[in-house]
Design a protein around this ligand. Structure first.
Ligand SMILES: [Mg+2]
Length: 319
């Protein structure tokens, strides 16, 4: 896989504060970073794979508040959010690039930030291949992620008759966010779901190999992301609200609306083996509805009756 066999050393960096920051991050990352220091990275791709690329920005006071998270968590979470988009395509990660904007007061916290990024990169089995550091008013991390896939999963792949599945249990991030906003401290499990989401990379490839043919990761909320998939595929997704798996104590509405889950919504023409999935990953896979017809829509029912779905997150729609 890309980068793994790349043992070229970093190119020596010149003097200056910006490069001191890069040097500190490289020291924290050790073998997780490869061949840093030239104007651009050279990435080797496997012969029959397609390059799958995504970029994702996490901005202070838009995507996170510094008082709610440690710098390690900010770094981890931004990286996980970006890698989750590769998971949604069932791509195998090949490397990440970090564009970091840093207020002067955060310079002492660069090591902690790098540790969080490094933790996520290591758990995804990938590498840091390059980046950029600038000074700015707000802390902002833009992660560009590279992956490869022979047959990527697309949002547009769902067809009428497909079964709809979701990974994990939903609602934790919304609940944690609500408690943080109210000045309370979420319990450890909720906090972990919020601060430490896991991009479902291996899970997605497992599902794709077993017949899943459309996928999206749940970043805006199950209903909102189901709508993206329904529109892209030109099908109506009929979801049974009572089947949607929620963490203990989470309402069905909260599970349907909760964003930043980074769980996967997939569709498959045949049944997917939830027991085998759970055995492999220690994670639930739940069938929550089916795709029907050719009119893009999301229909949510509870006890057989249609219910109005909660809205998801949209940066440019008033909340
Ligand atoms: Mg996404």
């Amino acid at each position: 896989m890309t980068g793994r066999n790349d043992t070229r050393p970093h190119i020596p960096l010149g003097p200056g504060g910006e490069f001191d920051i890069v040097r500190r991050m490289l020291q924290r990352w050790g073998n997780l970073a490869r061949s840093i220091g030239d104007d651009a990275a050279i990435v080797q791709l496997p012969p029959n794979g397609q390059l799958v690329v995504s970029t994702d920005t996490s901005v202070e006071d838009v995507h996170f508040r510094r008082e709610w998270l440690t710098h390690a968590e900010i770094g981890y979470r931004a990286t996980a959010a970006a890698l989750s988009d590769l998971a949604a395509m069932a791509a195998e990660p090949a490397g990440i690039f970090l564009a970091l904007t840093l207020p002067e007061t955060d310079v002492p916290l660069v090591d902690e930030l790098a540790d969080g990024i490094g933790e996520c990169v290591a758990s995804a089995g990938t590498l840091v291949l390059g980046g950029d550091v600038t000074r700015g008013e707000k802390l902002s991390l833009t992660l560009t992620v590279l992956g490869t896939a022979i047959v990527p999963l697309l949002r547009s792949g769902a067809k009428s008759g497909d079964r709809i599945y979701v990974t994990g249990r939903l609602g934790g991030p919304l609940r944690a966010l609500r408690e943080l906003r109210e000045g309370r401290s979420p319990g450890p499990a909720l906090r972990r779901r919020f601060a430490h989401p896991v991009p479902r990379l291996r899970e997605a490839r497992w599902l794709a190999e077993r017949g899943a043919r459309a996928a999206i990761d749940i970043s805006d909320g199950l209903i909102a992301d189901a709508r993206h998939l329904a529109v892209a595929s030109g099908v109506a997704l009929h979801l049974r609200a009572e089947s949607v798996p929620a963490l203990a104590g989470i309402s069905s509405d909260d599970a349907l609306a909760s964003g930043e889950e980074y769980e996967l919504l997939v569709t498959s023409p045949g049944p997917l083996d939830a027991a085998a999935f759970r055995q492999e990953f220690g994670l639930e896979l739940t069938e929550i509805g089916e795709a029907r017809g050719d009119e893009a829509d999301v229909v949510s029912t509870a006890a057989g009756r249609r219910v109005a779905p909660p809205a998801g997150y949209d940066h440019f729609t008033a909340q």
